[in-house]
Design a protein around this ligand. Structure first.
Ligand code: UT7
Length: 333
């Protein structure tokens, strides 16, 4: 029997219209363009304003619709919609179910997947598994985050970093050996003291005190997270190359989570890759959490060739991190 692999066969992406520049942030908190640029690589990020739309579902629907139109896909053929997100529309009711209905994926089941900045990477592994069983033919994986909904715009340690956006990819069966080849995924719960949001969950439901004490905003001990992120992302990316006997010549692209340009550069260096093989859009979008990886694929789609070896790597809250090796399955026209 021919082996079925799970390949990405279409991509889409969306960022909201409002551009929040470093210059604008200078007027909001004690920071400056030079500090932000040299420490993070970010020049601007996008923010979803009420006048344009609301909730991560708005971004997810936009990205999915772009994919559907580009690929001329009948949404009724979609079997499953997974929305990777750290900022669902609300607790309990699945954001993915709403997104599936809105895009016309009326025959799909749908659910959310949450692993902070690794949500999309872990989602790739999850949805690939459905395809590999042979029971599902079209699975839509969307990474969407409205990070501005959990950012304190008076906290300079977080408000300069995050942005809003969404990206979508379609996974389909492949019998040419293309698509997901290998993965190495990890988690370490001791990391939750360094990055997260204390309020709003079952540990700390919303109270007047939790709101007053700003517990419904994201916090980050940047220095500690940086140390874990830089060593672990570089480690897993290098490991993925070694496990699969890939040299730097064999790797066409590194697709890294966009948390900090210095982390990305260190990962590429450990892999022996030139800057020209590293996907990067942090300068324009900042850290969009679950949307970084699919937005990169959307931005670089025209440069990707069938058979290209892509190494994905991500690190996020929890901690959660890992790497995936995927062979690109099509040439964009
Ligand atoms: O995506 C999920 C995973 N997240 C990450 O991977 C993020 C990892 N961390 C980082 O990217 C970096 O740690 C940050 C970009 C968040 C911070 O950069 P850093 O080089 O680690 O800076 P720092 O926190 O060590 O702060 C250095 C100095 C401090 O001042 P002192 O104590 O040296 O006087 C900060 O108070 O910079 C100060 N600072 C700022 N200055 C201007 C902190 N934030 C700012 C700011 N503007 N926005």
């Amino acid at each position: 029997m021919t082996k079925i692999t799970a390949a990405i066969t279409a991509v889409g992406g969306y960022v909201p219209q409002f551009v929040l520049t470093n210059k604008m942030l200078e007027a909001m908190v004690d920071t400056n363009d030079e500090w932000i640029t040299t420490r993070t690589g970010i020049k601007e990020r996008r923010v979803l304003k009420k006048e344009e739309g609301e909730g991560s579902s708005y971004l997810a629907i936009k990205a999915a619709t772009q994919l559907i139109e580009k690929r001329q896909l009948n949404p009724e053929e979609i079997d499953l919609v997974v929305v990777a997100t750290a900022t669902p529309d609300s607790m309990v009711a699945s954001t993915a179910a709403f997104v599936a209905s809105e895009i016309g994926a009326v025959n799909a089941f749908a659910y959310d997947l949450l692993a902070a900045c690794s949500s999309f990477l872990f989602g790739m592994s999850t949805v690939a598994g459905y395809i590999e069983t042979g029971r599902y033919k079209k699975v839509l994986l969307i990474g969407a985050d409205k990070m501005s909904s959990i950012i304190d715009y008076t906290d300079r340690t977080t408000c300069i970093i995050f942005g809003d956006g969404a990206g979508a990819v379609l996974f389909e069966p492949n019998t040419e050996g293309l698509g997901l080849q290998d993965e190495y995924l990890r988690a370490d719960g001791s990391g939750r003291q360094f990055l997260g949001m204390e309020g709003g969950g079952s540990l700390m439901p919303a109270t007047i005190e939790s709101v007053t004490n700003k517990k419904h905003f994201i916090f980050q001990d940047g220095k500690s997270v940086f140390k874990f992120a830089v060593s672990n992302m570089a480690h897993v990316a290098e490991l993925m190359m070694k496990k699969n006997n890939l040299t730097d010549d064999d790797v066409a692209w590194l697709v890294p989570h966009q948390a900090n340009k210095r982390i990305i550069d260190a990962t590429a260096k450990r892999m022996g890759l030139d800057a020209g093989k590293v996907m990067m859009n942090i300068q324009r979008y900042g850290n969009t959490t679950s949307a970084t990886l699919p937005l990169l694929l959307n931005d670089y789609e025209s440069q990707l060739k069938k058979g290209d070896n892509l190494i994905f790597a991500a690190f996020g809250g929890g901690f959660t991190w890992g790497s995936i090796y995927l062979k690109w399955a099509y040439n964009a026209n």
